[in-house]
Design a protein around this ligand. Structure first.
Ligand code: BGC
Length: 755
């Protein structure tokens, strides 16, 4: 007996020594023994009660056994205000105003892993102040469509950039003792028919592009929960997709936590139970009583229920519940997070164009005319799940006024154009008739009165700052934009402004790209200002007045024309057989009056929407570069107030990584950051590749005149492709051309290595 114990103990020591450090996912299993003991004490009803919503934003624990409920909070860029238990309507609390962080594409425009981590810490801390265990974010799908309703929530069109930021965001949140629920898994790239569309794509495209931002956050970041998306992927709903949830997520990536369907995105009892879903949100019609009935009928086993409960409890044990008398005792938004929001905003602003060095604002400027409603509209709410009730929000105009006052500069303001408030769920277009500043149609022409008022202000100023772009009713969850056009006659207005005062700067306030074909020729300077959070206006003023140099870089391509972008050029979007989707029908007042059964009957009778991804991995710049289509502004583009010099590039291929070093100099007279980008082009390859792909990047801060040695590494694993013949990752050996530069279309140095 003694001998056996000794051998077993020795074997355990040896196994621990050989197995190396425990993976972030395996750490979740630390309490499995205790968890199994608890499960053994639970009734079937108690267990099944954990598999569906309790309220709109919670799922149940087991009070009798001291297991707390799991509390969820939207969303990716701010802890959403408290809703009533059974819906999204405000609960009317006073301490739940949160920090509004810059939206997804703005965070991505920083190209900063450090800031993504800090952002996560801010979110994680504020979640705990509110007593929330799980944040429904980050939202990390690839920006496939420039017009996608959630393009602004997502990070980038590039998987390497998205994955790096998604990983750091995840670590930042979870290091605060809050779990992420990374979403929307997977291939959720359009809002049109999002509840039923079947995304059809090749395994290589799926693996190399669309899964990457999830993969790193789960394997390296230990993301504790995952939200399967609304759509189908290759035939099956994501909430019951064996390939995605059981084979890849749990099988290959070793995920040990739990999955939560998107709200209303569970579709069956057997599908969800057998193919990887843990919690139905919201409702219990699939993962409630029907599970108990199915077990009694011998169609499902109680072991399967135990397994699902174990996965939920692993997260419950990893996340300490916030005691009820501690939660919600102070304001959610805290100065520390507001400061992070400002830092992100400062580094996200992209200077797209600066002809004649109109920016930074010259000391000679004594009067500024700020034109355009986007200078005053708050962007914290709207966009549905992604809205935030912010404690405060510095609008662009407020930021400029404050900074201008310090410089003794006078600021005037005119709205310039009407604002389109978008569609409202189930109620049709919002009524414009009572407000002269509200448009009834997105393409309503410029308003003559507003235009002449704006031109008068512009004519009397030394400098005009025109605020254009979209708003959060135009770019929103639930629908995609019809086009990239600037709304409400903005083009007409900007031309008129230019005619009266050529000293003009345009600031675009939007989450995704817009069509600049008419605006670009008349605007000597253009800035992408994003929906930039609580301190957005402060950061923008700092950049415009030259207190800091702009350093954001585009995380997506700005196509010259929408038709140039890959999904459009290939005829894949918009799909011809649209329809048949509850979310799109919800805009129709007649459908809103129907019963659930009537609605389902209508949907069943409609064509089944499909979205074909035949552009394959040629997403964003991969397409534009390979097809040699010139965009308006390329992926990675962003100017500074200084010039950077790249010298002395050296590249070596080691055993498992390519290493590049070079000298980077700030040739200007102020401190500035540069985001250096390393792309790979394959030489004489047998495998099909895009013209080039981003493989490494770094944000580097340099004082005026400073030079730094920069090192970038590309692990071989990031150079692999998904071999469809062997159904596995493969490394193609051969020559690589390494392209080092400041943007995808601004390559400064090249080198070649053989791997
Ligand atoms: C969205 C999710 C969100 C959920 C809860 C859904 O409509 O797709 O991203 O987390 O609602 O608000």
């Amino acid at each position: 007996m003694k001998k056996t114990i000794l051998i077993l103990a020795l074997a355990a020591v040896l196994a621990a020594a050989c197995s190396g450090p425990v993976s972030p996912q395996d750490k979740l299993t630390a309490n499995d023994k205790k968890i199994n003991e608890l499960i053994a004490q639970m009734t079937l009803e108690e267990k099944v009660n954990m598999l569906h919503s309790k309220t709109n934003m919670s799922s149940a624990g087991v009070e009798r056994l001291g297991i707390a409920d799991m509390n969820y909070a939207d969303g990716p860029f701010g802890i959403r205000e408290e809703g009533v238990p059974n819906g999204f309507q405000s609960a009317g609390w006073t301490l739940d105003s949160a920090t509004y962080f810059p939206t997804g594409s703005a965070l991505a425009a920083t190209w900063s892993e450090e800031l993504a981590y800090k952002y996560g810490t801010g979110m994680g801390k504020e979640a705990r102040l509110r007593g929330k265990d799980v944040i429904l974010g980050p939202a990390v799908n690839i920006q496939r469509l420039p017009v996608g309703g959630r393009t602004y929530e997502y990070l980038s069109e590039d998987p390497i950039l998205s994955a790096a930021l998604s990983l750091e965001y995840t670590k930042g949140v979870q290091d605060q003792g809050t779990a992420v629920c990374i979403k929307h898994f997977a291939v959720n790239n359009q809002e049109t028919n999002r509840g039923s569309v079947n995304a059809i794509l090749s395994e290589r495209t799926l693996r190399e592009i669309y899964l990457k931002p999830f993969e790193r956050a789960i394997i390296e970041g230990g993301a504790m929960s995952v939200m399967p998306a609304y759509n189908k992927v290759n035939g099956d709903y994501c909430s019951e997709n064996e390939h995605l949830l059981n084979e890849i997520l749990r099988g290959e990536w070793g995920f040990k936590g739990f999955t939560v369907s998107d709200w209303g995105g569970t579709h069956s009892t057997m599908g969800a139970m057998l193919h990887g879903l843990n919690v139905q949100m919201t409702g219990s019609n699939y993962l409630g009583q029907p599970v108990i009935d199915s077990i009694k009928a011998g169609k499902l086993t109680e072991d399967l229920v135990d397994e699902k409960v174990r996965q939920i409890l692993r997260v419950r044990f990893a996340i300490e519940p916030v005691p009820a008398d501690v939660a919600n005792t102070v304001m959610t938004s805290q100065p520390e997070s507001q400061d992070i929001a400002r830092q992100v905003a400062e580094k996200s602003i992209v200077l797209l164009k600066n002809e004649g060095k109109v920016l930074p604002i010259s000391k000679d400027v004594k009067t500024i005319a700020v034109i355009g409603q986007n200078a005053v509209l708050k962007t914290q709410s709207g966009g549905m799940g992604a809205g935030v009730k912010a404690l405060y929000e510095v609008t662009p105009l407020a930021g400029i006024e404050k900074r201008a006052a310090q410089a003794g500069v006078e600021v005037s303001y005119a709205p310039g154009y009407k604002n389109f408030p978008g569609r409202r769920w189930g109620r049709g277009p919002a009524a414009p008739e009572t407000n002269p500043l509200v448009a009834s149609a997105i393409d309503e022409p410029a308003d003559p009165f507003l235009m002449s008022e704006a031109c008068e202000a512009a004519a009397n100023a030394d400098l005009v700052i025109f605020f254009g772009g979209t708003n959060k009713s135009i770019e929103t969850e639930g629908s995609d934009r019809q086009n990239m056009d600037l709304p409400c006659g903005q083009n007409e207005l900007v031309k008129a402004l230019k005619a009266v005062n050529p000293n003009l700067v345009t600031v675009l306030i939007s989450g995704g790209p817009t069509d600049l074909c008419e605006l670009e020729p008349v605007s000597p300077a253009i800035v992408q200002g994003w929906w930039n959070g609580t301190e957005g206006g402060t950061a923008l003023a700092e950049v415009l007045f030259g207190d800091i140099a702009p350093s954001g870089k585009l995380p997506f391509t700005f196509p010259a024309k929408l038709e140039d972008s890959p999904a459009y050029a290939m005829g894949n979007f918009p799909a011809k057989n649209a329809g048949g989707d509850l979310f799109s029908l919800m805009y129709r007042p007649d459908v809103m009056k129907m019963t659930r059964e009537e609605r389902q009957k209508l949907i069943d009778s409609m064509p089944k929407p499909e979205s074909h991804y035949t552009e394959e991995f040629y997403v964003g710049y991969r397409w534009f570069d390979t097809r040699q289509v010139k965009p308006m502004y390329a992926f990675g583009h962003g100017l500074s107030y200084v010039e950077f010099d790249y010298e002395d590039m050296k590249a070596t291929a080691g055993k498992d990584a390519v290493k590049v070093t070079f000298q980077l100099e700030n040739e200007g007279s102020m401190p500035a950051d540069e985001v250096v980008q390393l792309y790979v082009h394959r030489v004489d390859s047998q495998v099909e590749w895009p013209a080039k792909e981003l493989k490494a990047f770094q944000r580097v801060s340099l004082n005026a005149g400073e030079t730094k040695t920069v090192t970038l590494e590309i692990p071989f694993k990031d150079l692999r492709y998904w071999n469809e013949a062997t159904n596995a990752w493969d490394l193609e050996h051969g020559k690589l051309q390494l392209l080092l530069g400041s943007a995808s279309d601004d390559i400064r140095e090249t080198a070649e290595v053989t791997i």
